[in-house]
Write a protein that binds this ligand. Sequence first.
Ligand code: GLA
Ligand code: ZN
Length: 696
Amino acid sequence: MSFTPLFGQKIMYGADYNPEQWLEHDEGFETILNKDLEMMQQAHCNIMSVGIFSWAQLEVNEDEFDFSWLDEVLDRLNEKGIKVFLATPSGARPHWLANKYPEVLRVNERRERALFGARHNHCMTSPKYRERVRIINTKLAERYGHHPAVIGWHLSNEYGGQCHCPLCQAKFREWLKQKYGTIENLNKQWWNTFWSHTYTDWSYIESPSSIGENGVHALYLDWMRFSSENALDFCKAERDTVKAITPDLPVTANFMEFFYDYDYFNWAPELDFISWDAYPQWHNFADPDYIASYTAMNHDLMRSLKGGQPFVLMESTPTNTNWRPLSTLKRPGMNILSSLQAVAHGADSVQYFQWRKSRGSSEKFHGAIVDHVGHLNTRAGREVIELGKILEKLSEVAGSAVDAKVAIVFDTPNRWAVDNAQGPRNKGVDYLPLCLDYYRPFFKRGIAVDVIDETCDLSKYKLVIAPMTYMMRDGYADRVKKFVADGGTYLSTYWSGIVNETDLCFLGGFPGELMDVMGIWEEEIDSLDEDVIVPVRLEPLGLERGFKSDNYYGTQLFGLVNPAPDTEVLLSYDYQFYKGKPVLTRHPYGQGVAYYVASRMDPGFLDTLAQMLSQELKLTNAFNEPAMPFREGVSAMARCNDKYRYVFLSNYSEHDQMVKLNSVYEDMLAEPEQQRHISGIVYLKPYDARVFRQAL
Ligand code: GLA
Ligand code: ZN
């Protein structure tokens, strides 16, 4: 399987280009532009994102436009064959707009209206803001929509956040009316009888606030859903404005790292392609596999949002960020390695923030391709050039697909619900870390994993892992039942199947509608300080199924379950009154099997479990071979098209490593004088990234 490459048979390579910062430069704008264009070619760049925060330079005062500089920039980029993602400028507004129309300023949950400042902080309901965005976007689309350099729209920038202003409150109430029909129904679904919180009028409803309503979990959930949908509605308005003039130009909105505020699975169908901004904290953790797997999982989420379609790495840094406690530099090799990791997981581009480092203001020390010194003969610049050459060698990879037989369910509304629930662990249930716990052993074995949510189709997978599905969304249990009945393997954990979409608990036992599939009833859940380590005991059936030791332990949360008569107990607790209660169960259902894990288990357990499942389900790795864990810091990922398998082999550690190849591959990055065919032992230098090809 493969996809039509998003923008031709190449990997796109470039950056956010914000040349409006240099309009008044001493050397003259022209000089800077010429230097930039020359260096872009030197770096093998073929794409730039332009206009992201340019509103004040394009509309200097209300209805007073100046496009002269942007005309020049686009024409000059075009002359050099560099394509453009043209941004709509709504991510930051000009002073005049905020001062003339204060309704555009965002209001926080304490009902305080912001002053002008920073960015990404406008009200997304404000008719005035929408109107001014529509006007500038129309101008941009009319002027540049058919410009030969422009190949796509970069809508706004990193949409995020919420607004609690009166306009948003009114819209929220309308949204609730649509959803619930009557106030009585809303009261019932939200369980408002408790603490006398029954609403008798729609106008009494206010968004959650630390100085107001903050104990009605269903209100919080609906507010999160509304805010996500309202921001999406704003994004769609931007999209529709530009699509009316340029129906064929694809649109994207750059997404963020496991973003909390919005439900990206809801957003994805409204965009033509997915893009995201990746800033992993490389080198800040002793364990190289931690940050490598965390970032890989994020890439996998982006790929899965549109059913495996390649995505765009819209931003990354060639060196460091400047907004974290530590601005650690990427070590030599890491920029190439981390960029190829994105490509390995399905990106058809590598792009940076930003092309030329700002001279002043808030990002003057953020990494950029062209540093303050003004040329590319820097450690980072040389690596950027080298990567440009590498990506040209990998052009044929564009459009190839990652074929995952394993999926992890990471569901955003469930995340909101389980964090807010006032349940067994208010200091944090660690939903995302738990998902990563399960992802990591598959990453370590080079087994491809999709990251899906509760609304996704399960039928293409052999194994679906659904940690802590506290909230079971409508229809999910039915899909799981069918998946398992048809032969799938489903793995779930403690604190699953507890509530419905309005946070009402399932009556009749947990995990609700999946009790019969899972073959357990979770009667209680206990919570202990993280220092407490709860030992487990290996049961005879566990030994039979491949568990060799019982040197495992659980922490944090402890489901205490009753197994059904036909449920196999593979491991049990060996602790206090939990003793003998199951820790790992296996239950046949239809043609398939359901596993349940009762606690937050240690890495050794998770690794053994992944090995057992890989063998049982004959899961293969990036080399299409039975999967075994790679050495520390090493992993592999593959993309395929109809002709070739492309294997990306990576060493995220600061040590030399090696991997044994069991067949012959072509080394796609070999220099002409080097041996192109390789087999046997491959030696990996620290932060080494290799790409091999094999005909199918
Ligand atoms: C985000 C923004 C960019 C820039 C970078 C810096 O991703 O989109 O404008 O601020 O962060 O890391
Ligand atoms: Zn608002």
